[in-house]
Design a protein around this ligand. Structure first.
Ligand code: FE2
Length: 506
């Protein structure tokens, strides 16, 4: 009798274990392939009320996000969340999900999760904050992570972590392009993995780099536009080699260019940019593009950059842009106030107490400041002594962020490390600061500061409403193409060739 009871107990335990295992097995099988990867939250049109989301799964399923205010989330999790549904499409060997959250409240902190509503499979909890519309906010900028190993993506993510720790109030991060190196599925997965914390907890403003949309050495068709959910609005987010778009944040207008669309810049984009900036009455105007017009890196004398800089400088001058942020050249470069490809010599600077610190401001300056905040990644370039004139005349601060260790392995470059920038805009004050993060210790060092005080509105630029329809401006595009090619040839013959010959025989 005693044995029978023991046997019955053993059978019962076996049955429980068996069913338990089956239960776990069924649950694991039920989620396999539907796990969310490479999630990001991007600006999408109105920054006060909307956000775009992108993520990937190995198997096909529906696309949904649940959004709830932080206050509601703390009280009852996702119980009172609003669910938004979107689209799913096949991409390489996986599925790309895109959803837009609309009708959000301005100036509100939100929690969200993405996944499959039908299968009740969700990601972890992410967060973002909507623009409250006032003229006080800050953001982070990084450039050229461009890694080709998980290890190097993780090293760059440490720079992003340091930026988020230094400025916990940042409302978004601008990534100035070249997210990846060879633009493979593997690299994007590594990027998504290493940057998961940043991409789920901070709104991203992505800029198309040549490594995710080049037409010269790789044809990375559709990658940038697949990885991010952006609203190109009237712009030709053509989906081939990148997207150009714009948005307002507080009293600042941000215009994001696609510098892959510049061999030379198409008439459609040039006209769109011009109209986009001149029709904005925002107090500050910030231009974001991958290729830098001012740099002393290895790319500055290349034909694509030369073609681009003439177009960009003219647009910046004519539209009253205050600050241009770029990447591409993996070294640090900041100009003085520049207009017409020359220094604005009459710029007045004053040092004032601002938020408890002495800060030197350019006061109501002419022109714009052009900034290349080196790279957050590990591929860093030296200073190119052959930068075309008058770039070096316009420079204020420049240096390499490469490690330069002596024979005893002691670092000799005070600027060595991954770089990030922090921009604070507060009414009439814009304060930009750049930092490097030590590769080994993650110690953060301030390496540059520049500030502008702007108490007067920009002069109204005549709104000429240039055609943005590519078919309407096709003649202009053709003319523009031949003009630029001819201009480049002249530049090479008159400036670069003598420089090269001088270097050869000098
Ligand atoms: Fe680049």
């Amino acid at each position: 009798m005693k044995m029978t009871a023991k046997r019955a107990l053993a059978v019962l335990l076996a049955v429980i274990l068996l069913f338990g295992c089956i239960g776990v097995g069924a649950s694991a099988e039920g989620t396999t392939g539907f796990e969310v990867t490479r999630i990001n939250c991007t600006v999408h049109g109105d920054t006060q009320t909307q956000r775009g989301f992108t993520w990937f799964t190995s198997k096909k399923c529906d696309s949904a996000i649940q959004v709830v205010s932080a206050a509601d989330y703390n009280a009852s999790g996702f119980e009172n969340a609003i669910t938004f549904e979107g689209s799913v499409s096949a991409w390489e060997d996986s599925y790309c999900h895109k959803v837009v959250a609309t009708g959000l409240e301005a100036g509100t902190e939100y929690r969200y999760r993405v996944g499959s509503y039908d299968r009740d499979i969700w990601s972890g909890t992410g967060k973002f904050v909507t623009d409250d519309g006032d003229d006080n906010f800050s953001f982070i900028a990084i450039a050229d992570v461009q890694a080709s190993s998980l290890e190097n993506f993780e090293q760059a993510a440490l720079v992003m972590d340091a930026a988020m720790e230094l400025n916990g109030d940042a409302e978004f991060v601008v990534n100035l392009g070249d997210f990846v190196n060879d633009c493979t599925e593997e690299e994007w997965s590594w990027y998504g993995q290493a940057f998961e914390d940043a991409n789920t907890n901070l709104t991203l403003v992505p800029v198309a780099g040549n490594h995710e949309g080049n037409i010269t050495n790789k044809l990375n068709v559709g990658w940038f536009d697949t990885m991010f959910n952006l609203d190109a609005g009237d712009g030709a987010g053509n989906g081939v080699n990148g997207t150009y778009y714009s948005f307002d944040y507080g009293d600042t207008h941000f215009t994001v260019l696609n510098s892959n669309d510049m061999y030379p810049m198409t008439e459609a984009q040039r006209n769109w940019v011009y109209n986009d900036i001149t029709t904005s009455d925002a107090h500050w105007k910030v231009l974001l593009l991958h290729r830098a017009a001012y740099s002393a890196g290895k790319n500055i004398n290349k034909p694509d950059t030369l073609a681009m800089r003439e177009t960009i400088i003219e647009i910046v001058d004519e539209t009253g842009v205050d600050m241009v942020l770029s990447g591409h050249d993996h070294m640090y470069f900041r100009t003085q106030q520049v207009a017409g490809d020359a220094v604005c010599e009459d710029t007045v600077y004053v040092t004032e107490r601002h938020n408890g610190e002495d800060v030197t401001f350019a006061v109501n300056p002419d022109g714009a400041v052009y900034i290349l905040p080196s790279t957050a990644g590990t591929k860093r370039y030296g200073v190119n002594d052959g930068a075309i004139d008058p770039i070096m005349d316009c420079a204020d601060v420049y240096f390499t962020t490469r490690s330069e260790k002596d024979e005893n392995e002691v670092e000799t470059n005070p600027y060595a490390g991954g770089c990030f920038a922090n921009v604070e805009i507060e009414g009439n004050y814009l304060v930009y600061r750049a930092y490097v993060v030590n590769d080994d210790t993650q110690e953060v060092t301030l390496v540059d500061e520049y500030a502008i005080k702007k108490t007067v509105a920009d002069e109204d630029v005549e709104d000429t409403k240039l055609p943005t329809d590519i078919f309407g401006s096709i003649d202009g595009s053709v003319a523009n193409f031949f003009t630029e090619i001819f201009g480049l040839l002249i530049t090479y013959l008159t400036e670069l060739l003598p420089q090269a010959l001088g270097g050869l025989f000098g």
